[in-house]
Design a protein. Sequence first.
Length: 156
Amino acid sequence: VYRILFVHVAAAWMSMFLYLVMAGYAALVLNALRSNLVFFFSPTQVHAHEAPSSGSFRVGGLVRAGSVERAADGLTLRFVVTDTVREVPVAYTGLLPALFREGKGVVVAGTMGADGVFRATEVLAKHDENYMPPQAADALRQAGALPSATLQTEAR
């Protein structure tokens, strides 16, 4: 009788241990996924403090005409991303996509500096004159800066 009871108690402890290990593993995976998420915001949302004050996020809109300034090293530049309502100054060091142009759609990923300048670690340019990332197009439409039929976006 004691032997049968011991087997059942041991099995119960073993299954409880396995459940705890699986729950811990699931918590680690979910935490890793959450910390790697990068959210997209328009310049208007950034100015409304809807973007995180710390951590990475993306800003999308148009590169304001006349705003691109290159440093002497040729790799560092500053430009302004706008949704035609608000603007976000951006600083970036690195190679730009070949399609990066003033007045064209762009999405930049990085963090907001204490000085209000967005420190981009990645710059994504649109594919052609009729393409813009869906989130950037939606943000521009919401700001009233883009007619609904002007751009093609990828299916979500």
